[in-house]
Design a protein around this ligand. Structure first.
Ligand code: FAD
Length: 449
């Protein structure tokens, strides 16, 4: 009697405890269900669908190398899995645990048939709590508690082979799912990525060489100073434990990188405690804040046409490659929320659709952190000054790369060409002045009080 192995955001064979348990039990039917119903408006976004297509293809190949294959089905996961169990005569489904609210509902509905395993985080999320057993609201306390615990379990190898069932059930064709964009095809710039487990491993190996400089380089958008593992980690093509253990030594870079990895665990704890965190202010007093509704300004932000070079460079990098540097994600998000006074949820949704690493917990927690509406965040009144941020983090080359209209602007004017009197005609004037925007945002916050 075969067992189902349900893949979700864990598209790998290494360090995959659910796979190991299924292999141990005998014949395995690996399945991925494309479920656009359960997540509702949080259905997988456009950029991630591109990633998913390539990742599923890679996973199927890896499974075939082990004597197995990937069955693709589409629909409401609970129904699809129950039907597939009946079809192949399976009594058990093995899967890794995930914390997005829609997965938890489906997991509950599947009941005892479903056997859940930890393996997508450094530690089981429920194990890292305050002294009184409550989830942490502040990252620094979470990190302190996690660091005081035993290190994460060491990653496990992939199984040598996977036993196939006597008869394979039918599978959808991947191409039928139309995950890749057609008209217009905006994915030309995505070529820099290699979705799948091999691509993830290569990205990690490359980063191992660079980690000693991480502490300083990670904040500089013009430098490739971070791991770029986020889409691989989100899709589970590499386990976070593998990333943790790949970096030996105790350089400051290794410690800082591990701390960043822990953010992932922290955000899963937040959405476990507050499942609607992507939609509701963590601090309800912000429910009264009067956001502006301006299609014009929102579109200018989305298209990288705000007249603030660092913001525009980031938004164009995002559109072209499905990824944006973390420092610039913060600056661009802050600009939308504070300078344009547009609801953080509008920006969160845009990132959701355009990021290849769009992740329910990571995205929501970071947006609320920047907005100042979250449980662990800055004060709303702390308003980032995009032009001085750009200067401080030396973003000149980054701007020239992503905003070609500014490629000939000299260093002295690159962060603020308008002020320096060297703004080319092709580049827009500032959508709003910094001081004016700041006063407007502070007034809105005062009114909300
Ligand atoms: P590295 O610096 O190499 O970090 C390694 C890993 O640690 C990342 O891959 C990621 O898994 C984790 N990590 C690092 N920083 C954070 C963080 N602040 N929060 C949570 N995890 C972190 N990250 C996402 O994975 N998905 C999102 O949807 C997402 N949305 C964001 C929205 C905003 C407004 C902001 C400010 C940040 C967001 N981030 C998100 C966090 C961060 O920007 C990315 O994880 C990081 O830029 C990915 O690049 P990297 O893999 O090179 O990071």
């Amino acid at each position: 009697m075969p067992t189902l192995l349900w893949f979700r955001q864990d598209l790998r064979l290494h360090d995959q405890p659910a796979l190991l348990a299924a292999v141990e039990a005998g014949e395995v039917v690996p399945v991925y269900v494309l479920d656009d119903e359960a997540p509702g408006e949080w259905r997988i976004g456009g950029a991630q669908r591109w990633w998913l297509h390539h990742s599923l293809k890679a996973l199927d190949k890896a499974l075939r190398d082990k004597g197995s294959r990937l069955i693709l089905r589409r629909g409401a996961s609970g129904d699809v899995l129950s039907a597939l169990c009946d079809e192949v005569g399976a009594e058990r489904i093995h899967a890794l645990r995930h914390y997005e609210p829609w997965w938890r509902k489906i997991e509950d509905a599947l009941g005892e048939r479903l056997c859940l395993h930890d393996g997508n985080h450094l530690k089981p999320i429920e194990d890292v709590t305050t002294g009184s057993g409550k989830p942490f609201k502040i990252f620094s306390s979470f990190w302190k508690a996690l660091s005081a615990m035993a290190p994460p379990d060491e990653p496990q190898d992939a199984p040598r082979s996977i036993k196939a069932p006597a008869k394979w059930p039918k599978s959808d064709e991947l191409a039928e799912w139309k995950l890749l964009p057609t008209k217009p095809d905006w994915s030309a710039g995505f070529i820099e990525w290699s979705p799948g487990e091999d691509g993830a491993r290569k990205a990690l190996d490359a980063f191992v060489e660079a980690v000693d400089d991480y502490d300083t380089a990670r904040n500089l958008p013009s430098v490739e100073g971070t791991s770029r593992l986020s889409p691989h980690l989100h899709h589970g093509e590499i386990s976070v434990r593998a990333a943790w253990y790949a970096l030996h030594g105790r350089s400051a870079g290794v410690q800082s990188f591990r701390r960043e990895l822990a953010w992932r665990d922290f955000t899963s704890g937040v959405i476990l405690a507050m499942p609607d965190y992507a939609d509701a202010n963590g601090r309800p007093k912000f429910d009264k804040l009067k956001w502006r509704r301006s299609k014009h300004d929102l579109t200018a932000w989305q298209k990288g046409q705000t007249g603030y070079p660092i913001v525009d460079a980031g938004m164009r990098q995002l559109w072209a490659t499905g990824w944006m540097h973390n420092r610039v994600r913060m600056i661009a998000a802050s600009f939308l929320i504070k300078h344009l006074l547009i609801d953080w949820r509008e920006g969160e949704r845009w990132y959701w659709d355009t990021l290849v690493d769009a992740d329910y917990g990571n995205n929501a927690v970071n947006w609320q952190w920047v907005a100042g509406t979250g449980i662990d965040s800055n004060m709303f009144s702390r308003i980032m000054a995009p032009l001085s941020q750009s200067e401080k983090f030396d973003a000149g080359d980054y701007i020239r790369r992503w905003v070609p209209e500014l490629k000939d602007v000299p260093d002295a004017g690159i962060h603020d060409p308008e002020e320096a009197g060297c703004r080319p005609d092709a580049y827009p004037a500032k959508i709003i002045g910094h001081r004016e925007a700041r006063e407007r945002a502070l007034a809105a916050a005062r009114d909300a009080r």
